[in-house]
Ligand binder design. Structure first.
Ligand code: ADP
Ligand code: MG
Length: 558
């Protein structure tokens, strides 16, 4: 038996692979399981065209076996297996993907479930193992073969015996040292955890012998342990199921299982998009604001799957900032992944998905606003500020997406109203959308500046958050109605009295001059006002910036 060296630049490549492609070594298991799943898929495709092969889905599985004593971990599958030649070609040549070739040869158009394509995943095993042994029997061969490698030095292939078609991959885990401990990959709970994280939606059962305990027979407090073979993955992803099969509770359970939040989601959105880019998504609007939501620590993002295999835990590019509260996941078969499967080659695909998701979230929020106002208000209470920031940020680039989602407290309705509701109620002679700013609804109510507008019977929106006025200024208008602060100089109300005010201004000229002097540097001018009814005096702003905005701007660090 001779040791064959890896082909081409494989040695260097392998070293590179082992040490730098993956950010987390636990993904080796994802790679091996994905290969096993591909191998079973291939058998399935073969059965479609070969009458001698019958494929009964229940007979096919992947099994993970940990042997603590010998420190080995095995991944066993009942897939198509590899011939001697295939072992040589597929495992002896880095970057050669038998799976990709299979897809091409068999012209599998909808074979999107086959995961392999780069021909490197297998070598991830060397991140955790010193020796990797592959025993495989192909459906096309009566002889089984053993492939073995210690990493960069090369590999050996020799005949061996194996009864059934399929592959067993055994990893001799690396020795622990001061920095690294590989024993975790022998622990039941850890292996389960990794399977659930990355491979939960592999369509074949991933089995493990799991130790459970039960009450001893005849005893009331003595337990005994027993070993049971369990399937640890859930196989069918909820997002691939039919919406009609799923209940609200299913979605809620999934939200909790995924630990998207401790609250109940306020709304779920289940998408199956079949456009330029195909994807499934389950999105949630949380009920509560995460404690760190408005802080630097909060990270937006959705889980990203490619064909049911987790690629990224938090893909920020999938949700726009103004909807950063949305939780959930996206699964697409059309992603072109980079070699580590941790990133995409083109962000064009993500952009398309994001654009689409942006639209869907908006329309779902709008329907919530129309159909369940209580729920919408709850949502708005938690995340409304983010929407307003969204209007203001990026120089208003997203204002059209967001303007209909905004709500403000109304002087007339005494509750939150939308801009659309405001404008549709406006009397014909009303030119502007009026708003007043202050610390609280109560304080705004008592502002002298609101009197004239309120007296006219016009509705006023109360702005209590600093961002409110900035956002509205970015909007400029809504349905062609401009926004107007009640404290702005010209309110656009009754011009007819202007003669009278002019005379009054003239008559009291000296008094005003004196007041102006006393208040020097504090006010620009003192004038007769038409807007006051019961209050003797009020402040008003002349220029572009309102008094409230000025306060905010002055408070900002330089
Ligand atoms: P990829 O999966 O991207 O093709 P890998 O390095 O993971 O690359 O695997 C290389 C090739 O080895 C696969 O394409 C497949 O042909 C073969 N292979 C790996 N594992 C198995 C297995 N368990 N059963 C059958 N073939 C396998
Ligand atoms: Mg692979």
């Amino acid at each position: 038996m001779t040791t064959k060296e890896f082909k081409a630049e494989s040695k260097r490549l392998l070293e590179l692979m082992i040490n730098s492609i993956y950010s987390q070594r636990e993904v080796f298991l994802r790679e091996l399981i994905s290969n096993s799943s591909d191998a079973i898929d291939k058998l399935y495709y073969r059965a479609l065209t070969d009458d001698n092969i019958s494929f009964n889905k229940d007979d096919y599985y992947i099994k993970i076996e940990a042997d603590k004593e010998n420190r080995t971990l095995s991944i066993i599958d009942t897939g198509i297996g590899m011939t001697q030649e295939e072992l040589e070609n597929n495992l002896g040549t880095i970057a050669k993907s038998g799976s990709l070739a299979f897809k091409n040869e068999n012209e599998i158009k909808d074979g999107h479930d086959i995961i392999g394509q780069f021909g490197v995943g297998f070598y991830a095993a060397f991140m955790v193992a010193d020796v990797v042994t592959v025993i495989s029997k192909s459906i096309d061969s009566d002889q089984a073969y053993k492939w073995e490698s210690q990493g960069t030095e090369g590999y050996t292939i020799e005949p061996t015996s194996k009864d059934t078609v399929g592959t067993v991959i055994t990893l001799q885990l690396k020795e622990n040292n001061d920095d690294e401990n590989y024993d975790e990959f022998l622990e039941e709970y850890r292996l389960k955890e990794i399977v659930r994280k990355y491979s939960d939606f592999i369509r074949y059962p991933i089995k493990m012998d799991v130790t459970e305990s039960k009450l001893k027979e005849g005893s009331e407090d003595e337990y005994e342990e027993y070993v049971e073979e369990q399937t640890v993955n859930s196989m069918v992803p909820i997002w691939k199921k039919n919406k009609s099969e799923l209940t609200d509770e299913d979605y809620e359970n999934f939200y909790q299982e995924k630990r998207f939040g401790f609250d109940k989601p306020l709304k779920h959105i289940h998408l199956s998009v079949d456009g330029t880019i195909r994807y499934n998504a389950i999105l949630y609007i949380p009920e509560n604001r995460p404690f760190d939501y408005y802080s630097q620590d909060y990270e937006k993002g959705l889980e990203l799957y490619s064909n049911g295999v987790l690629i990224m835990e938090k893909c920020a590019d999938l949700v726009p900032d103004h909807f950063s509260f949305v939780k959930g996941l996206v699964d697409s078969e059309d992603l072109s992944l980079n070699i580590s499967r941790e990133m995409l080659q083109h962000d064009r695909q993500l952009k398309l998905i994001e654009k689409n998701i942006n639209k869907k979230i908006k329309s779902q929020l709008l329907s919530l606003q129309r159909e369940d106002r209580d729920k919408y208000e709850k949502f708005y209470d938690a995340f409304g500020r983010q929407l307003k920031f969204g209007v203001y940020n990026e120089f208003g680039a997203n204002k059209d997406v967001l303007k209909d989602l905004l709500m403000f407290y109304s002087s007339k309705e005494k509750k939150l109203v939308t801009l659309d509701e405001y404008v549709s109620r406006m009397p014909e002679d009303q030119k502007y959308i009026y708003y007043a700013t202050g610390d609280s609804y109560d304080k705004i109510e008592k502002l002298p500046q609101t009197e004239l507008v309120a007296d006219k019977g016009y509705e006023i929106l109360y702005f209590t958050e600093e961002i409110d006025e900035f956002a509205i200024r970015m909007l400029v208008n809504y349905k062609e109605k401009e926004f107007k602060s009640v404290s702005s100089g010209d309110l656009g109300i009754d011009e007819e009295e202007s003669k009278e005010t002019e005379t009054k201004q003239e008559e009291n000229k000296d008094l005003f001059e004196h007041m102006k002097k006393v208040l020097e540097n504090k006010v620009k001018d003192v004038r007769v006002s038409k807007r006051l009814k019961t209050h003797p005096v009020c402040l008003s702003a002349d220029g572009e910036i309102s008094i409230e905005m000025e306060k905010v701007i002055n408070a900002m660090p330089d």
